[in-house]
Design a binder for this molecule. Structure first.
Ligand code: NAG
Length: 263
C-alpha cells in the first residue's frame, strides 16, 4: 500500500514537472507570434509619391512625420476590423504572377488606412476590397517593391508579424479640457490596441472608448492635470502603463512620447 502510494506520488511529481515543461512556451505572456502565411491579393493606390496614403482612416496623419513612411497598406473591411487592425504589421510576398519581382522575399507594411468596399463593382472584378475578401491596397512605392505596377493586381502570400518600432508609444491629443481624443501611434509588438484608460493627477483610472481608427476618447474633465495612460494590446492582451505622459499644461494638437512599448 505504502509503496504503491509512493509510486503514485512519484509519478504524479513526474507528470507535474512534465506539464510545467510543456506549458512553459505557452506561458510567455504578451509576446506577439507571427501568424501562418495566407493567400490574398494586393493592388495599389496613389502615385509614386504616396501622398494619397497620408491622412488615412487610422488617423495617423502625416506618415513620414509619424514614423510609418511609405511602407503602408489600406486593408479591406474584413481585415480592417473596425479600426482595431490599425497599426498591425504584415509581411507580403508576390505569388505566382508573371508581374512578380523575383528575389525579394517580402515587404513589411503597416496598416494605416481602410480600403472601402465599392458595391457597384463585382468582388472579383474591381471590387477587390468588398467583404469577405482579404485584400491589401498598398502604397504604390510598396507595391512596386514586389511587382511591376502594370500588373494592377497580384496574388500575394501574407502573414501578421510583430511591429518593430523605435522608442515608446506616442499619443497625439485632440479634443478639449472636457473631451480628450487620443491617437495612439508607434505601437510595437502586435501593433494593435483593444482598450485604453486615462488617469488625471486628480482622478482615478477612466476607461476610454474607441472613437475611430487608432483613436480613443474620454468624456471627462482632464484639463490642467498631468495625464497617465494604461493601454492593452488587442492581440497579446498585455497591458502596460505609461505614467505622466503629458504635463498639467498639455495641449491639443501636440504629440506626447513615452518610454514604454509592446514587443
Ligand atoms: C466604384 O466603382 C464605379 C464603377 O467602376 C466607379 O465609377 C466609382 O468611381 C467607384 N467608386 C469609388 C468611391 O471609388
Amino acid at each position: 500500500m505504502a509503496s504503491s502510494l509512493q509510486l503514485w506520488s512519484f509519478s504524479f511529481i513526474l507528470m507535474a514537472s512534465t506539464l510545467v515543461i510543456i506549458s512553459k512556451p505557452v506561458l510567455v505572456l504578451g509576446v506577439f507570434r507571427p501568424s501562418p502565411w495566407q493567400l490574398a491579393h494586393a493592388t495599389f493606390y496613389g502615385d509614386d509619391t504616396a501622398s494619397e496614403t497620408m491622412g488615412g482612416a487610422c488617423g495617423y496623419g502625416n506618415l513620414y512625420v509619424n514614423g510609418y513612411g511609405i511602407e503602408t497598406a489600406a486593408l479591406s473591411t474584413t481585415l480592417f476590423n473596425n479600426g482595431y487592425s490599425c497599426g498591425t504589421c504584415y509581411q507580403i510576398k508576390c505569388y505566382q504572377s508573371k508581374w512578380c519581382y523575383k528575389g525579394l522575399p517580402f515587404i513589411t507594411v503597416t496598416a494605416t488606412n481602410l480600403c472601402p468596399p465599392n458595391w457597384s463593382q463585382d468582388s472579383n472584378d474591381g471590387g477587390w476590397c468588398n467583404p469577405p475578401r482579404s485584400h491589401f491596397d498598398l502604397s504604390k512605392p510598396a507595391f512596386m517593391q514586389i511587382a511591376q505596377w502594370q500588373a494592377g493586381i497580384v496574388p500575394v502570400f501574407y502573414r501578421r508579424v510583430a511591429c518593430i518600432r523605435k522608442g515608446g508609444l506616442r499619443f497625439y491629443f485632440q479634443g478639449n479640457g472636457y473631451w480628450l481624443l487620443v491617437y495612439v501611434m508607434n505601437v510595437g509588438g502586435g501593433g494593435d490596441i483593444s482598450g485604453m484608460w486615462v488617469k488625471g493627477s486628480g482622478t482615478g483610472w477612466i476607461l476610454m472608448s474607441h472613437n475611430w481608427g487608432a483613436s480613443y476618447q474620454a468624456f471627462a474633465t482632464l484639463g490642467g492635470q498631468a495625464l497617465s495612460f494604461r493601454i492593452t494590446s488587442y492581440t497579446t492582451r498585455q497591458t502596460i502603463t505609461a505614467w505622466n505622459v503629458a504635463p498639467s499644461n498639455w495641449n491639443v494638437g501636440w504629440t506626447y512620447g513615452t518610454n514604454v512599448n509592446f514587443r
